[in-house]
Design a protein around this ligand. Structure first.
Ligand code: NAD
Ligand code: UDP
Length: 328
């Protein structure tokens, strides 16, 4: 019997824990008393995101690339490691695919050896440029397999396949969440995602760069709401016969849908910026619409639904970037 079985606390591995979502998840896990191991190669994450927990005796940071196997002892795994913004995941597309696919194989292998529950941070990108709106989990998607977004989309789709094959073949207790656009403090200021880009541009008084005509839509979830969904999903107990719990996939996101132009106007209004809107070419394969149907999440996650609406979440995020930029 290993040492960890004597410890009533859970020991939880968070891959990608030095990133935006991972660092918020770690805060919540530590706050409820868990032990956390963060494995991250710091490609897009930063020690600054976790510096406030480095001295916590229940926290451990490992510089590790998930494309290589990892041998540690934990009770649960949250697999978040993967660059998430188009600028970052297109920087080295082959490495992005390896991170999703080899990373999933390595973390699933670890989960299988430990018989540990494992969560996968999948994405609304598995729906591609969706022909079904809003997106439900039974929609198979409309993804270009050879385009500039494919390294991310297909990597995440393949990871889902691996998770469900480990579930069927080995009875592994998996939890697959499809995350829709999420924003909040600790987003990387230069990662090119729309919320961080617009806020940073507005605060610096620079032009707000709208790609295309800004009529494409996204649905934006504030980070705290999302992390609540992660933890509820991971805490759904095993089936009464001892079999795995509900594997998903479950959409997690805020159904409030906005055009990119509306988002730009909101950011200008909330920052009081004098920035002007400028229109630039739309990148290829940029989805035209995206909105989660969250019926399944409400059903399985104790009526989970986002509590923080866009204006309120933007205000908190603007305050974060305002402080960050004032220290530059
Ligand atoms: P992020 O870039 O801030 O975090 C990703 C983390 O993974 C970073 O700390 C990075 O250094 C680490 N990482 C990357 N490659 C790695 C590797 N090979 N080995 C170890 N660590 C590695 O992005 P995020 O927004 O926090 O996203 C976290 C996860 O959630 C990702 O898997 C992403 O695909 C998924 N997701 C996020 C969103 C969103 O809107 N934020 C939407 C859908 C899915
Ligand atoms: N976008 C934009 N201006 C920017 C950054 C992004 O108009 O400065 C658009 C982008 O083309 C896309 C949407 O905003 O239609 C969301 O982009 P993001 O990269 O944040 O997320 P994703 O496309 O992966 O949903």
């Amino acid at each position: 019997m290993t040492q960890r079985n004597y410890n009533p606390r859970k020991r939880i591995l968070v891959t990608g824990g030095a990133g935006f979502l991972g660092s918020h998840l770690i805060d919540r896990l530590l706050a409820r008393g868990d032990e956390v191991v963060c494995a991250d190669n710091l490609f897009t994450g930063s020690k600054r995101n976790i510096e406030h927990v480095l001295d916590n005796p229940r926290f451990e940071f490992m510089r590790h690339d998930v494309t290589f196997p990892l041998y540690i002892e934990v009770d649960q795994i949250y697999n978040l490691a993967c660059p998430a913004s188009p600028v970052h995941y297109q920087h080295d597309p082959v490495q992005t695919l390896k991170t999703s696919v080899h990373g999933a194989i390595n973390m699933l292998g670890l989960a299988k050896r430990l018989n540990a529950r494992i969560f996968q941070a999948s994405t609304s990108e598995v729906y591609g440029d969706p022909a079904v709106h809003p997106q439900t989990e039974d929609y198979w998607g409309n993804v270009n397999p050879i385009g500039i977004r494919s390294c991310y989309d297909e990597g995440k789709r393949c990871a889902e396949t691996l998770f469900f094959d480990y579930h069927r073949q080995h009875g592994l207790d998996i939890r697959v969440a499809r995350i829709f656009n999420t924003y909040g403090p600790r987003m990387h200021p230069n990662d090119g995602r729309v919320v961080s880009n617009f806020i940073v541009q507005a605060l610096k008084g620079e032009d707000i760069t709208i790609y295309g005509e800004g009529q494409q839509t996204r649905s934006f979830c504030y980070v705290d709401d999302l992390i609540e969904g992660f933890m509820r999903f991971m805490d759904v107990p095993r089936a009464t016969d001892g079999g795995p719990g509900y594997p998903g996939p479950i959409n997690l996101g805020n159904p409030g849908e906005f055009t990119i132009r509306q988002l730009a106007e909101k950011v200008i209004q909330l920052t009081g910026s004098a920035s002007k809107l400028v229109f630039m070419p739309l990148p290829s394969d940029d989805p035209m619409q995206r909105q989660p149907n969250i019926t399944r999440a409400r059903e399985h996650l104790n009526d989970w639904q986002p509590q923080i609406q866009l204006d309120q979440g933007l205000q908190k995020t603007i305050a974060y970037f305002d402080q960050l930029l004032s220290h530059e």
